[in-house]
Design a protein around this ligand. Structure first.
Ligand code: ZN
Length: 309
């Protein structure tokens, strides 16, 4: 069993509008944009990162906004709901705040004893805010006060035809099953970061998801550094997983593998972080390009939708 994985590192999804996506995450949810770069594999498209002040692993929601992309169709084989953590007693205030921004499909419920607010993002992305004890310091620079601001991720909810093989994989990754409620099984990584929860939701009669705007593209798990990542890669390969070589994403190193349920998993390093190429005070303002795409800067600055706030 692996001991190197700490919890979530980031969640990456698809969007249809860069400015709409930016406005939602910064103005409505109050997160900080910590990086404005491009998709390293398709540099005509932004890669936008939102998180806490420095983009601490476990807080970072990222997007590839493909202009006018068609919406995805929810289903099994994907992350259905991405959940952020909020302080206890703030779900009502969040539901009211989301309503003032005309956020779609706001629903209150309770899962495993934790109060939640569920709602849709701009492309029908499904999110939850979960009341929990969380010691992380929130970003408050976008007008959401510290007593209610998002602390980072709480969990990701993976929808599957059958949970068996994915449950086995999570156990191998160091997660432990802690609870079950109907068709939902909760896994927690003990001694992890505070984004250490994965819920598996079994939906045997549901059709597979079709990826598009509003779909989660992949979820990334955090390891401390490249040495730990290599250990994880070797152990996964020894167990029969097809894992990519480590890929330099400038702000972390990434390896990827596809899970039995169809979800793309990444294992990303906590180093070097988002302040490697700009000051903490100015994170996310300038368009940052990786060295291999710097020669495209003039064209990309003309082509990409301006994001100024
Ligand atoms: Zn990623």
């Amino acid at each position: 069993m692996l001991t190197q994985i700490r919890g979530l590192h980031h969640v990456t999804s698809l969007a249809s509008s860069a400015t709409g996506n930016n406005a939602f995450f910064t103005h409505v949810l109050g997160l900080r944009r910590v990086k404005k770069t491009v998709n390293f594999d398709a540099p005509d498209v932004y890669h936008l990162y939102y998180g806490d002040e420095t983009g601490t692993p476990g807080t970072v929601m990222t997007y590839f906004p493909f202009p006018r992309a068609a919406r995805g169709r929810p289903g099994v084989g994907e992350v259905g709901t991405t959940a952020f953590s909020i302080p206890k007693g703030t779900a009502d205030a969040w539901a009211e705040r989301l309503a003032t921004f005309e956020t779609a499909d706001i629903v209150r419920d309770t899962r495993f004893g934790q109060a939640r607010v569920l709602f849709d993002g701009p492309d029908g992305d499904r999110f939850a805010l979960v009341e929990t004890e969380d010691s992380r310091t929130p970003w408050t620079g976008n007008g959401v006060s510290a007593d209610m601001a998002i602390r980072g991720f709480h969990s990701a909810d993976i929808r599957l035809h059958d949970e068996g093989a994915t449950a086995e994989l999570l156990r191998f990754m160091g997660y432990e099953q802690t609870d079950r409620d109907g068709n939902v099984i909760r896994f927690i990584r003990p001694d992890g970061n505070e984004a250490n929860v994965i819920d598996l939701e079994t939906l045997p009669g549901t059709a597979p998801a079709a990826q598009g705007a509003g779909s989660v593209h992949h979820i990334a798990f955090a390891v401390e550094n490249r040495a730990r990542q290599l250990e994880v890669r070797e152990a996964l390969k020894d167990t029969g997983w097809q894992v990519t070589p480590p890929i330099d994403r400038d702000y972390f190193w990434a390896i990827y593998f596809r899970t039995p349920g169809g979800v793309l998993f990444e294992v990303a390093t906590n180093e070097p972080g988002f302040d490697r190429d700009e000051d903490t005070a100015n994170l996310g303002q300038a368009l940052k390009l990786p060295a291999q795409h710097e020669h495209l800067r003039a064209r990309l600055e003309r082509h990409l939708e301006p994001i100024t706030d």
